[in-house]
Design a binder for this molecule. Structure first.
Ligand SMILES: [Zn+2]
Length: 63
């Protein structure tokens, strides 16, 4: 199952989307983005929770 994390859900207006099947890898990748793009060098627990909540199942458009 593929999951996605839309940065827009955490940092409104950001178009970045992290996609992956492994949530830990996805979060690690997202934290790199947060550090590099949003200049957050030490993510707060609140930010991590927001990011976790933002992770969704990727909608496969098949029928
Ligand atoms: Zn972003």
């Amino acid at each position: 199952m593929t999951k996605e994390l839309r940065c827009d859900d955490v940092f409104s207006g950001c178009a970045y989307v992290s996609v992956g099947s492994d949530i830990r890898a996805l979060m690690a990748e997202y934290m790199v983005h947060v550090r590099d793009v949003h200049r957050v060098t030490s993510p707060t627990p609140e930010l991590r929770i927001q990011a976790m909540v933002a992770v969704r199942e990727r909608q496969a458009h098949m029928d």
